[in-house]
Ligand binder design. Structure first.
Ligand code: FAD
Length: 427
């Protein structure tokens, strides 16, 4: 059952283009002609960024009969970033856009969590379904998720090697997008899904995300003869350092190590150096981790400084400006401590697509109104999760022995209560 269809059942069948209601006047999407000199292409809906949020938005719009073009700076779908964990709110969206079942077949469902100290002693363990029968947690390879989303789109929807360089809005509210290769797009509606360093967000007045003082190594260990782990998320807590691993499939295990660092450090890409540094960090920790790092192919290991941006009411700009709107990390970059960034990007995408489709197809709201209504429905959840993820990260990354000891007790106690209705499960 889809989240898209029950809300606007008639939209999924509609392939026609209707005038877009734009607050003051109606503008026909098919006949946008304003100030076209020097414009190479006119598009009704342009999505900037072909990551999880961008592709999910394009798929949701497509299922509602609305064509879009996705501008992605890379030459192909991003394969880095190893894997991520999706909770039930993410799965709800994947079901809504009909790709949940095919992804479930490929990725293991986690039964619960095991929390350990750095010497390997267990702090506690719990099952996800103890408190919430509907919880669903699976590690998913980012590459597979992106490929599956892309496979739902009509050919030519994603335009690779299309890096957005500059944005300008014109008098009638259309937006001029200039790409690095010089191509100029005139768009009636722009959806900024260009991630944590979003050009669209900067143009809208958002500040740079703030580095939170720790970085993450990530990798995907490959066991050609089958991985040996139980279907559990494993966390290991140290001082100013923590790690975790999640069996993703029969042969792959996702792992991460987060470590305090006063600065972002150099942008290291050499996998040999990344591997060496990651191993050094956990050299005295349980052997499983060292093996996982050794079994990680070069292309599946990365290091990322972590950052977020809090959407303070009255201070942060709105999620939309004119007919330009933000989705996912471009709007609400958050630290991964709750495993909710991608889940929230997915939730944004389906809600926004529904609201835009309704406006485009002649509903009661204008496009601008639909964007504002999307903002107001999503803001409290994403603001709360961004703040909570930051605070949880502060506690978990502390290197003060006393704080760590208190933390271990709190974390143990939190285990049972941290599973909330919005699907959050992590510590
Ligand atoms: C270490 C780590 C672990 C994480 N773990 C989890 C987890 O377990 N669960 C979870 O739900 N989330 C997790 N996240 C968060 C998750 O990765 C992000 O929230 C998610 O990727 C956001 O999707 P997005 O589409 O908004 O941005 P992105 O995935 O970053 O996609 C943005 C896209 O825009 C493109 N782009 C950027 N600039 C331009 C431009 N100028 N022109 C054209 N294209 C452009 C990029 O190439 C990219 O393809 C984690 C993040 C990190 C760093």
């Amino acid at each position: 059952m889809s989240l898209v269809r029950p809300i606007y059942p008639f939209l999924a069948r509609s392939k026609r283009w209707f005038p877009v209601r734009t607050g003051l006047k109606s503008v026909c999407l098919t006949t946008t002609r304003a100030e076209t000199s020097g414009v190479d292409r006119e598009e009704k809906v342009v999505i900037v960024g072909g990551g999880i949020g961008g592709l999910a938005t394009a798929v949701a719009l497509h299922r509602l009969g609305i064509r879009s073009v996705v501008l992605e700076q890379a030459e192909s779908l991003r394969t880095g970033g190893a894997s991520l964990t999706l909770s039930k709110n993410g799965w709800r969206v994947l079901d809504a856009i009909s790709i949940g079942p095919q992804l479930r077949k490929q990725f293991l469902e986690m039964q619960g969590v095991v929390l350990k100290k750095e010497d390997g002693r267990e702090l506690r363990s719990f099952k996800f379904k103890d408190n919430d029968q509907s919880q669903e947690v699976r590690g998913v390879e980012r590459r597979v998720l992106l490929e599956t989303l892309a496979s739902q789109l009509p050919p030519q929807t994603i335009r690779f090697s299309s890096k957005l360089e500059s944005i300008q809005s014109n008098a009638n509210g259309d937006t001029l997008l200039q790409l690095k290769d010089g191509t100029r797009f005139l768009a009636n509606i722009v959806i900024g899904c260009d991630g944590i360093r979003s050009k669209v967000a900067t143009w809208m007045g958002f500040s740079e995300p703030k580095y939170v003082g720790y970085c993450a190594f990530r990798g995907l260990g490959f066991f050609p003869n089958g991985q040996p782990f139980q279907q559990k998320v494993n966390y290991i807590f140290g001082r100013g350092l923590r790690a975790g691993y999640v069996p993703v499939s029969a042969t792959k295990v996702y792992w991460f190590i987060t470590f305090n660092s006063p600065s972002l450090g150099p942008q290291m890409m050499d996998p040999a150096i990344l591997r060496k540094e990651a191993k050094e960090l956990v050299s005295t920790w349980p052997e499983d981790l060292q093996n996982l790092i050794d079994l990680t192919p070069d292309e599946a290991i990365s290091r990322t400084p972590l950052a977020d941006r809090w959407l303070w009411p009255g201070i942060a700009p709105s999620a939309s400006k004119g007919r330009v709107v933000l989705v996912g990390d471009a709007w609400h970059p958050m630290t991964p401590n709750l495993g909710q960034g991608a889940c929230c990007a997915l939730e944004d995408s389906v809600l926004l697509a529904n609201k835009l489709a309704s406006a485009i197809n002649g509903g009661t709201e204008s496009v601008e109104g639909a964007m504002e209504s999307y903002r107001s429905e999503r803001w409290s959840q994403v603001f709360r999760l961004t703040v909570l993820a930051n605070l949880v990260g502060k506690l978990l990354q502390s290197d003060n022995p006393l704080v760590c000891s208190v933390r271990d007790n709190i974390v143990s106690a939190m285990g049972k209560s941290s599973r909330t209705n919005d699907g959050t499960h992590k510590l």
